[in-house]
Design a protein around this ligand. Structure first.
Ligand SMILES: *Cc1c(COP(=O)(O)O)cnc(C)c1O
Length: 399
C-alpha cells in the first residue's frame, strides 16, 4: 500500500519547494525569490552556491570522494591544524553532524576520567532549555520531555539544572560528576545568551572540582556571533567543544575539539566514524575557513550585526503589540513575539523572508554571515511590513 508520502512524518514541513540558491536568496520552483535568513538553521554560513565553496567541492569531486580513516587524509590534518591554531584546542575528531560531535564530546569527557582511574565519574550536568541533538545520548543531555517520550529509558548519567541557576548547579555536583555541558547561547531554546560572568564562574567551578567544561557551539560557532567562537567574548576557554552547522557551509561536517589533556583517554580504537573527515567534507571545511579566517571577515559580521541590532530595536519600539523583545548576539538573533510567534512567522514569510521558530515564543534570524548591510536593510523592511500588517490585523480583529 502506498502511503500519502513515502517519508517519515517527523517534520511539519512548509509547502515550499526551492530549486536553487544564490547568496542570501532562495528561488522557489515557481520563480519566487525568498530572502533566506534561516540559512538552513545556521548551516549556510556563506549563503548559497558560494563560488569558492562550489569550486572546492568540484575540484575534490574529480580527485577522490571517500577514503577510509585507515589511511592518512591530508585535508583532515590541514583543517585540524587550522582549527587548533585558531582556538583553545590541541586535538580534533571530525564527524558528519552536530549530534555526532556532541557524542564524541561526551565520550571524550567520560573516557578522560576513566583513563584517570575514576570510571564512576560519568555524570554530565546540562541546563534546562538545552538542545544538543536527536541521538539517544543527546536527547538525554537536552533533557526535553517532548524529545525523550516513547524512546525507552533515558540514557543514564545526564542531570539538568535550571538555566543560569548557580546554586542549583553547585548542589548538583557529586563525586560522580564528569563534566558540565552548555551552549554559550541557547539556540532552539529561544536565543538565550549565557552571561559571560556565568561562563567565567563555570570555568572556575570546573577547575575547583576537576570537571571538564564542554561547550556546544554547533549553532553559535564559526563566526556566527562575530568571533570565531562565541565563548571568546567571555575570555573563558572550554576543555572540549562541539562544532558543526556553519563549519560545513551546507556540506555535512562536524568536529569535536579538545585540549590534549581532555582528549588523553581517546586512544587508538576508542572511537571512529566511517564518513567523519571524508575528503569532500574536508575540502569544503577548508574552503569555509579560507573565507571566515580572512582578516576582514569577522569585522564584517560585527558591522552587519549592528545594522540588524539597531533596526530590530527600532521595530520593537514601533510595534510593541507584536514584538516583545530582541535577543541574541551577532547574527544569532531572536525576536520574542507578543502573541503567538507562529502568526508573526507567517506574516514574515508572506513578505518572502525565511526565519526559524525557537522556544519561548521566539523567531530566530540566522542570516548568512556574508549578508551585506543593504541585504540586512531589505530584510528589516520586510519584517517591518510584516509587523505592520499583523498589528493592523489584530486591531481589526479586536475592534
Ligand atoms: C543543531 C544543533 C545540534 C544538533 O546538530 P545535528 O547536526 O542536527 O545533529 C546540537 N546542538 C546545537 C546547539 C544545535 O543547534
Amino acid at each position: 500500500m502506498a502511503a500519502a508520502t513515502p517519508l517519515y512524518d517527523t517534520y511539519a514541513r512548509a509547502p515550499l519547494r526551492f530549486e536553487r540558491g544564490e547568496g542570501v536568496w532562495l528561488i522557489a520552483e515557481d520563480g519566487t525569490r525568498y530572502l533566506d535568513f534561516a540559512a538552513g538553521v545556521a548551516v549556510n554560513s556563506l549563503g548559497h552556491a558560494h563560488p569558492h565553496l562550489v569550486s572546492a567541492l568540484k575540484d575534490q569531486a574529480e580527485k577522490v570522494w571517500h577514503l577510509s580513516n585507515l589511511y592518512e587524509i591530508p585535508g583532515q590534518e590541514r583543517l585540524g591544524r587550522r582549527l587548533t591554531d585558531a582556538s583553545f584546542a590541541d586535538k580534533v575528531f571530525f564527524t558528519n553532524s552536530g549530534a555526532e560531535a556532541l557524542e564524541c564530546a561526551i565520550k571524550t569527557a567520560r573516557r578522560y576520567h576513566f583513563a584517570k582511574g575514576q570510571p564512576e565519574k560519568f555524570h554530565i550536568i546540562t541546563f534546562e532549555g538545552a538542545f544538543h541533538g536527536r541521538t539517544l545520548a543527546t536527547i538525554a543531555a537536552g533533557g526535553q520531555a517532548k524529545y525523550l517520550e516513547g524512546f525507552g529509558p533515558k540514557a543514564p548519567g545526564f542531570y539538568q539544572v535550571p538555566f543560569g541557576d548557580m546554586t542549583a548547579l553547585k548542589a548538583a555536583i557529586t563525586e560522580e560528576t564528569a563534566a558540565i555541558l552548555i551552549e554559550p547561547i541557547q539556540g532552539e531554546g529561544g536565543i538565550r545568551t549565557v552571561p559571560k560572568e556565568f561562563l567565567q564562574e563555570l570555568r572556575a567551578l570546573c577547575d575547583e572540582y576537576g570537571l571538564l567544561l564542554i561547550l556546544d557551539e554547533v549553532q553559535s560557532g564559526v563566526g556566527r556571533t562575530g568571533k570565531l567562537f562565541a565563548h571568546e567574548w567571555s575570555g573563558v576557554t572550554p576543555d572540549i567543544m562541539a562544532v558543526a552547522k556553519g563549519i560545513g557551509g551546507g556540506f555535512p561536517l562536524g568536529a569535536c575539539l579538545a585540549t590534549e589533556e581532555a582528549a588523553s583517554g581517546m586512544v587508538a580504537g576508542t572511537h571512529g566514524s566511517t564518513y567523519g573527515g571524508n575528503p569532500l567534507a574536508m575540502a569544503v571545511g577548508n574552503a569555509v575557513l579560507d573565507i571566515v579566517l580572512a582578516d576582514d571577515f569577522l569585522p564584517h559580521v560585527r558591522d552587519v550585526a549592528l545594522v540588524f541590532r539597531q533596526g530590530l530595536a527600532s521595530l520593537a519600539d514601533r510595534f510593541p503589540e507584536v514584538i516583545e523583545e530582541i535577543r541574541g548576539e551577532g547574527l544569532l538573533l531572536g525576536i520574542k513575539a507578543k502573541g503567538p510567534s507562529t502568526e508573526l512567522l507567517a506574516a514574515i514569510r508572506a513578505e518572502k523572508l525565511l526565519a526559524v521558530p525557537a522556544g519561548e515564543n521566539v523567531i530566530r534570524l540566522l542570516p548568512p554571515l556574508v549578508t551585506t548591510a543593504e541585504e540586512a536593510r531589505e530584510g528589516l523592511a520586510r519584517i517591518e511590513r510584516a509587523a505592520e500588517h499583523l498589528t493592523e490585523e489584530r486591531r481589526r480583529a479586536s475592534a
